[in-house]
Ligand binder design. Structure first.
Ligand SMILES: *Cc1c(COP(=O)(O)O)cnc(C)c1O
Length: 461
């Protein structure tokens, strides 16, 4: 299995190389040269299997010879052992034909754990074999940073540095980053906002001396291995509700388009998906693009579902690649226009996107109302991201069962939840002592020299 860039100009890589590289050198994103498929009988055979067994069967064809079967099985076992629910991704029923896929039982209570926990184990095994060590630096507005720290803590082939904007993440999010006490974990509270953190991260990747000197690696959501890990729960949930003998639909709260793109891959693999619905908050660039065919940047307005507050949706490039019939040059042209503020997608490509995706949006008031109504009707307390999706899903209910992805635990956003439905959202018992643990964090200035010196010193490079 080989991986090619969406812009067609970067070296072709193996799974392991694409994972360790992250962004392709031509600025594109890696995708598999061809998408493996599963037959009706093979999908039917997943019924009754554990999450880990399904994960192995679904992901194995994408891995090529980067890992042996035995290595890969063990990696999967370790990745999901720390989840707080035996099913890993349990379904609960919200209505006659509407189900919620709870993706928040991982160690940091957001769906990002599904991919990050797997990638942590994959990096560790790959680097051990190569005898290499890398430095992971990430910027976060909250969920990605805590998931990365949790996944890489204590792994000896990796140092992990996370930049977060000082004073601008929730108490739960901050404590998830500052309380792990392993020596390879470095939480950095930077002066400025999330955009400043991202800008410094970009500067570091563009400084090739530094990048090579500390062997910088990225684990943001464009990493193909993260997308792949998310394909698995589309299969487990669909099969639990009768696939492949009947079709199912999904609604996905969307920001960087990683999670919903994983659903598109599942469909290409042969999973019978009826509708794949993009749900956005008031930052609705993806919904507008589906309606108008024009991808036009607008400013970000902070919302109560902050992990979906985006201006440029990085994984959307992968969908464009398929919409343009895998023509890397056409994708590169469009992405060049993005720096000028946006682009218009050709009619054929828009038609392809509309055949594969539906879309909707929820305002702030509609999100609050969705939390309240769902609580009153079903007793389920939703986080604001999941509430956006439930609202949009209800507008798309049809004959096939609708599965709405719940991406975070309500305890990560207790203030919005309390305001919406009057309910406290307590942390699960296994992490109830989060507020008693000691914090360890380094306050840093928004300054490249300071950051680079600190990272070089701490990694001994
Ligand atoms: C990251 C995140 C999202 C958006 O996921 P994408 O893959 O970027 O579309 C939605 N909800 C929560 C809670 C998240 O952390």
């Amino acid at each position: 299995m080989r991986y090619i860039s969406t812009r067609g100009q970067a070296p072709v890589l193996s799974f392991e190389e694409a994972m360790l590289t992250g962004l392709a050198r031509d600025g594109g994103l890696y995708v598999p040269e061809s998408i493996p498929t599963m037959s009706h009988a093979e999908i039917a055979g997943l019924a009754g299997q554990s999450y880990e067994q399904v994960a192995f069967t679904v992901m194995r064809p994408f891995i090529g010879d980067s890992f042996t079967d035995e290595e890969f099985r063990e990696i999967i076992q370790k990745a999901y052992a720390g989840f707080g629910h035996e099913a890993r991704a349990p379904l609960v029923q919200l209505g006659a034909n509407h189900f919620l896929l709870e993706l928040f039982h991982g160690p940091t209570l957001a769906f990002k754990d599904f991919a990050m926990q797997l990638i942590g184990q994959l990096f560790q095994v790959a680097l051990k074999k190569r005898g290499e060590r890398v430095t992971i630096v990430g910027a976060t507005s909250g969920d990605t940073g805590s998931a990365a720290i949790e996944a890489f803590r204590g792994l000896d082939a990796v140092d992990v540095f996370i930049l977060f904007p000082h004073g601008r993440v929730s108490d739960v999010q901050r404590r998830q980053m500052t309380t792990p006490d392993e020596a390879n974990v470095h939480a950095l509270a930077m002066d400025g906002d999330f955009d400043d953190c991202q800008a410094r991260l970009k500067d570091m990747f563009n400084d090739f001396d530094f990048r090579d000197g500390v062997r910088l690696a990225g684990v943001n959501s464009i990493n193909w291995a993260r997308v792949l890990a998310q394909v698995v729960y589309y299969f487990t949930s669909a099969v639990a509700l009768g696939a492949p003998h009947r079709k199912v639909s999904f609604t996905v709260p969307t920001g960087n388009f990683g999670d919903i793109f994983a659903g598109f891959i599942a469909k290409q693999m042969g999973l019978p998906i009826d509708q794949l619905v993009i749900a956005t908050n008031q930052n609705d660039i993806l919904h507008r693009t589906m309606e108008t065919g024009a991808y036009t940047k607008a400013g970000v307005t902070p919302s109560i579902s902050p992990s979906m507050d985006i201006q440029v949706s990085s994984n959307f490039e992968r969908a464009l690649f398929y919409a343009y019939g895998q023509d890397g040059a056409a994708v590169a042209d469009q992405m060049n226009d993005l720096s000028k503020g946006g682009f218009t997608i050709s009619q054929g490509a828009v038609d392809f996107l509309r055949e594969n995706f539906a879309s909707g949006r929820a305002s702030e008031d509609e999100t609050m109302a969705s939390i309240k109504a769902t609580y009153l009707r079903t007793g389920e307390v939703l986080c604001p991201h999941s509430a956006v999706a439930v609202k949009v899903a209800q507008e798309h209910l049809g004959d096939s069962p609708m599965i709405t992805l719940a991406t975070a635990h309500p305890a990560k956003f207790p203030d919005a939840v309390k305001r919406a439905c009057g309910q406290d959202a307590p942390l699960p018992a296994r992490m109830a002592d989060l507020f008693e643990r000691d914090e360890r964090v380094t306050r840093v200035a928004n300054d490249m020299d300071t950051l680079q010196t600190l990272i070089r010193e701490r990694t001994g490079n």
